[in-house]
Design a protein around this ligand. Structure first.
Ligand code: NAP
Length: 542
């Protein structure tokens, strides 16, 4: 099987992997993948506090990382910590040579793991390199309910599917009760090989397959779909035992981890960067409230075509596109809606269930233009092209990328006189020629005020978090505008909007565009009417 083998043939099954769940929690679960919290305190007391927090957070088990302890007396401390744990325990004593912190004698380390087995640990993690020796040494002495996880960590890359298959075989041959493979994602498509490995191996042996790094995030969530044995969730954001771990809270509340089933449809936002996006929060809440069987993920994608070809199963059902992929996405779709084609940018891709064909749409332009019209009218209400308050207005668009094209096209449709100002003048000129408008360089915008009462729409990422002190236009130029719109929505009120308001202009936040464009996408994803009130309420809390 090639490394880019598509995921279309996968037939995941749900494995029953854990027996200690309370019945109520078990009844709410749609999958049996466990959530494990790494406990990395540097003292026994800190670990005890974190184990209680792990239980309160909704985790199923804790991984006690003994190598994080500053001082450790095995006979005493191991008993204390295992007794204090309110959840089943996985004991790990990771050496430096496998990415951990332990640097001492190898025999002493393995003695501690043997002691953990004796003391009744539910799981013990042992690295592949020493697993055979370790398993031989506990043969006949291991209690039946103690499982040995044999682990392999690759901090460089994700091997080919053939090499992963061989690795599983070697781990099994070393006596694993549970196989653990953690690799590193150089590209999001690397994760597909881990999904294939989980699906192909889980009938023979329970398997944990996780891919480290931000590009590997989907492995940590979709392991519930493909039948992975467990995933890791941290207590605090950024305090991780391996790169890319989400928090337990995000797993449970943001991605609705317990609701994911083998037939759950996958959606997500394709972008780079993408971690800031609020789309997963919005769609997952809406899916939950409608009882829709879908999960919506952050997808850090480097190449759209490669991503769409690799995840070609109809289970990978719909994608929102953001920076910098909207224009590239047009080329990747089999059919593109005429409006999206005219704009030259797709922000919504649907994979048609009947034939797997990719359909591209643009919902940005309706979202943005109606938000600006509402702002001009001072009320909510649709308008047609002849009665639009944009008619004959001088409408300046900053930016000529995906959002810029959508705004320019939409304003033109409503009868506005459109001027494009862009850092790269040639792109401004090209867009202006396409829609029938004028072009400016970004540097000339400051002194461009042929009339008062103009409309300004920023569609660049200038002013977006973390560079919130930046603005595309100096404040003194803003007094010529009646309305200023900013597509940036993190933060909600950008420096541009704050200064525009101080100059007396009406302001419209990117949040309004965000909500508007999301209606159209949600309806295409689910076939259900968008829960408009819910969207508005959710975004007001963010
Ligand atoms: P895009 O296709 O990559 O286009 C980016 C545009 O911004 C280009 O015109 C680029 O100019 C310009 N630009 C980028 N960095 C710049 C800088 N430092 N100085 C001057 N110009 C710069 O991106 P996009 O998809 O259109 O998104 C643009 C922004 O709109 C993002 O902040 C995104 O979050 C926001 N957005 C918001 C919504 C919403 O619902 N509120 C929807 C879509 C997009 P060059 O041509 O010179 O490279």
């Amino acid at each position: 099987m090639s490394s880019t083998k598509q995921l279309s043939l996968l037939r995941p099954k749900v494995t029953s992997s854990f027996t200690c769940l309370n019945m109520e929690a078990a009844a709410m679960r749609q999958n049996s993948t466990l959530i494990c919290v790494p406990i990395m305190g540097d003292s026994i007391d800190k670990m005890a506090i974190d184990m209680d927090r792990a239980k309160a957070s909704g985790a199923d088990l804790v991984e006690i990382r003994l190598d994080c302890l500053k001082t450790f007396s095995p006979n005493e401390d191991l008993k204390t910590i295992m007794k204090a744990s309110p959840l089943p325990t996985l004991i790990t004593y990771r050496p430096k040579w496998e990415g951990g912190q332990y640097e001492g004698d190898e025999n002493k380390r393995l003695d501690v793991l043997r002691l953990a087995v004796e003391l009744g640990a539910d799981y013990v993690d042992v690295e592949l390199q020493v697993a055979r020796e370790f398993n031989d040494s506990i043969s006949g002495k291991k209690p039946q309910n103690c499982k040995v996880i044999v682990s392999s960590h690759n901090y460089e890359s994700t091997p080919s599917i053939e090499d992963l298959g061989n690795l599983v075989a070697r781990i099994q041959a070393a006596g694993a009760d549970i196989v653990k493979i953690a690799t590193t994602a150089l590209d999001i498509t690397d994760v597909a090989r881990i999904f294939q490995t989980i699906v192909h191996s889980q009938y023979q042996v329970p398997i944990i397959g996780l891919v480290m790094g931000e590009r590997g995030l989907i492995s940590r969530v979709l392991c519930a779909k493909y039948g992975g044995y467990l995933t890791f969730g941290t207590l605090d954001s950024g305090v991780v035992s391996a790169p890319g771990q989400p928090t337990v809270k995000d797993l449970l509340d943001l991605y609705n981890f317990r609701s994911i089933r083998h037939d759950t449809k996958v959606f997500g936002i394709i972008g780079k960067p993408v971690g800031h996006s609020k789309s997963p929060f919005l769609y997952n809440e809406a899916f939950k409230s409608a009882g829709f069987n879908g999960v919506y993920l952050h997808l850090l994608v480097d190449g759209v075509a490669n991503f769409l070809q690799t995840y070609s199963s109809t289970d990978f059902t719909g994608f929102s596109c953001t920076i910098p992929h909207k224009e590239e996405a047009v080329k990747c779709c089999d059919e593109v809606d005429p409006v999206a084609k005219s704009i030259g940018a797709v922000n919504c891709i649907i994979r048609r269930a009947s034939d797997g064909k990719l359909l591209g749409y643009n919902t940005d332009y309706v979202g943005a233009i109606s938000a600006i019209e509402d702002g001009l009218q001072g009320s909510h209400g649709a308008s047609n092209s002849t009665s639009s308050p944009l008619y004959n207005k001088l409408f300046i668009v900053i930016g000529a990328g995906g959002a810029g094209k959508a705004l320019a096209y939409g304003a033109k449709e409503k009868g506005a006189r459109v001027v494009i100002a862009n850092r790269t003048f040639e792109r401004a000129k090209e867009l202006a020629d396409t829609i029938g408008g004028d072009a400016l360089s970004l540097a000339d915008l400051e002194n461009f005020h042929p009339e008062d009462g103009m409309i300004l729409a920023n569609t660049t990422s200038i002013g977006m978090q973390p560079k919130v002190d930046e603005t595309p236009v100096p404040k003194q130029a803003l007094k010529h505008y009646a309305l200023v719109f900013d597509a940036v929505y993190t933060p909600k009120i950008t420096r541009l909007l704050r200064e525009a308001e101080e100059c007396g202009a009406t302001t419209v936040s990117g949040i309004e565009m965000f909500i508007g464009q999301a209606y159209g996408q949600y309806e295409r994803y689910t076939g259900l009417p968008a829960p408009k009130e819910l969207f508005r309420k959710l975004m007001s809390t963010k």
